[in-house]
Write a protein that binds this ligand. Structure first.
Ligand code: SF4
Ligand code: SF4
Length: 245
């Protein structure tokens, strides 16, 4: 079976080029190893656990984000690095760029509150705790494509995880940090949910954060712009004046 790989080398011209390889393994991570050990040892890719736990082998296959260790390939498939991250070499991208957003949104346990944790409390943060930081969701996000300051799906999912964590004393600070370039900028397209290998649903998590924000006095900034209507119409109240004055 032949597959194509988009490779990147800053020291060559052109820096990005498509190569075709003959492989016998159908699992992508095995096929990449086969190429490296038998055909071209300069092929560079990242791999850790090999069993879908560490999240380090995320790439795109035919334009869709996948973990190489959990993906079976077909003839003529195209393998590329993740979107919107600096490519270091071939399929390896710089995942550290997102650290500033994790810090900005305080997507971690910040102010510890000693308390008893029950089964229900564990369940409230269980799904989001399964994030393996593969950044597949970010690579699929159309908002991040046009706004590099957007916090992005997995950072927001992690914010919800810590907002719901009974051990966090200062969830108000986290909600405050996601109002700008955060929850209101998401278009709810659902791409992030579709590609998550852990079956996490960042789109719904963002909707939950919007609800929590409303409950804490925040509003969608796009609604406060009146959508261009002149609110001085009629008796000065917005909308139709049935009395005609
Ligand atoms: S649902 Fe929102 S966060 Fe997820 S990919 Fe779409 S725009 Fe990005
Ligand atoms: S939310 Fe899913 S796709 Fe996004 S980083 Fe976490 S595990 Fe990966």
């Amino acid at each position: 079976m032949k597959i194509k790989i988009v490779r990147f080398d800053i020291h060559k011209q052109p820096q990005q080029k498509e190569f075709e390889y003959e492989v016998s393994h159908s699992r992508l991570s095995d096929a990449l190893h086969e190429i490296k050990t038998k055909q071209d040892n300069s092929l560079t890719f990242r791999q850790g656990c090999g069993s879908g736990v560490c999240g380090s082998c995320a790439v795109r296959v035919n334009g869709v984000e996948r973990l190489a260790c959990k993906t079976h390939i077909n003839e003529h498939d195209l393998v590329e690095p993740l979107n919107y991250a600096r490519v270091i070499r071939d399929l390896v991208v710089d995942l550290s760029q997102q650290e500033k957003f994790l810090n900005q949104a305080k997507a971690y346990l910040h102010e510890y509150h000693a308390t008893l944790i029950g089964k229900k409390d564990e369940q409230a943060i269980d799904v989001q705790s399964n994030c393996i930081l593969c950044q597949s969701c970010l690579s699929s996000c159309p908002v991040y494509e046009v706004n590099e300051d957007f916090l992005g799906p997995y950072v927001l999912t992690r914010v919800l995880r810590y907002v719901n964590d009974k051990k966090e004393k200062n969830s108000a600070e986290k909600l405050a940090s996601i109002q700008s370039n955060g929850i209101w900028d998401c278009t709810l397209c659902g791409n992030c949910t579709m590609v998550c290998p852990q079956f996490i649903d960042p789109k719904t998590d963002i909707l939950n954060l919007r609800t929590k924000s409303y409950q804490n006095g925040y509003t969608d900034p796009s609604l406060s712009m009146n959508n261009g209507f002149d609110t001085s119409f009629g008796n000065g109240d917005f909308g139709f004046n049935p009395n005609g004055f």
